[in-house]
Design a protein around this ligand. Structure first.
Ligand code: ATR
Length: 264
């Protein structure tokens, strides 16, 4: 039986095992996927398990997506540029790090049918997932990417790899067509972003990378303004879909039954 694992800290909330094990069953793949909460000091040991064939592949989640990089043999171009790895596999006896968050974000946007060509995008946050979002947006032909973060220096640091972004002071609100909440504000139902969105027209898209709760206050605000809203559910499903394809060379099905099963 093949074995897969997601590492992170915290990890209790991760739905990856539920999703991958569901797809194993549906596709008659003899494999098991589990989760493990680890400390940073344990990364090397766990990665050795893949080299020793005790594990067949691994997903990496917060906060270790960059920390795993020194222990890998090669990185895909996407992982290299974003310095973020969420999927590890073996190719030609080499440990390869890849980033499927980018494709996950891209495919989730496609599903919203929001036309991104020549649009201005305003990103709140500068944490682990933001480089992947910027990379994907760059490919989709947007005209402007603005980033605002409570700790401004972290947003400024993103310019090293993404010279095309503009940094906006935290609390300021520029003109935008799409706004993305990539902060961890919203994980708790009481969280408020603290921006005043009065006088916003209905053509905007509010996107939250959070999918639990399903509707953060940020998305409620967008909805009340009559704007389009999307949570991080499809990004989560599509990043897993891309990892699954890489590992098993099978395209798993994404349908209503699956969404119901995940209760997302
Ligand atoms: P990390 O920063 O370790 O990558 P993350 O969960 O990926 O962690 O990112 C958390 C994001 O939410 C950061 O952009 C963080 O802002 P700071 O860089 O200033 O910490 C943001 N964030 C978390 N709590 C916040 C709050 N109360 N107000 C504003 N932004 C917050």
């Amino acid at each position: 039986m093949k074995k897969y694992l997601v590492i992170g800290n915290p990890i209790e909330h991760s739905l990856s095992p539920k999703l991958h094990n569901y797809w194993f069953k549906k596709n008659n793949i003899n494999a098991n996927y589990s989760k493990r909460k680890i400390d940073k000091s344990e990364i090397q040991k766990i990665i050795t398990e893949i080299k020793d064939n005790k594990l067949d592949g691994m997903n990496v989640t917060v906060p270790f997506k960059s920390d795993v990089i020194p222990f890998l043999d090669t990185l895909s171009e996407e992982s290299q540029i974003t310095q973020s790895v969420n999927t590890i596999y073996i190719y030609d006896k080499k440990l390869v790090g890849h980033n499927t968050d980018i494709k996950g974000f891209e495919l989730s946007l496609k599903e919203t049918q929001f036309d991104l060509k020549n649009k201005s995008i305003f990103i709140l946050g500068a944490g682990g997932v933001v480089p992947s979002i910027i990379y994907a947006l760059g490919k989709l032909g947007v005209s402007k990417i603005m980033v605002s973060n409570r700790t401004k220096q972290k947003a400024e640091n993103l310019k090293k790899n993404f010279s095309n972004i503009e940094v906006v002071d935290w609390g300021d609100q520029p003109e935008f067509d799409m706004i993305i909440n990539a902060t961890s504000l919203g994980l708790s139902k009481e969280d408020e972003i603290g921006l005043n969105f009065k006088n916003i027209n209905k053509e905007k898209l509010f996107y939250d990378v959070v999918y639990n709760p399903k509707e953060t206050n940020f998305l409620k605000t967008g909805k009340n303004l009559g704007c389009r809203v999307s949570n991080g559910k499809m990004m989560f499903i599509y990043q897993a879909f891309e990892s699954f394809k890489l590992w098993h060379k099978v395209k798993p099905e994404i349908n209503e039954e699956l969404k119901k099963f995940l209760d997302l």
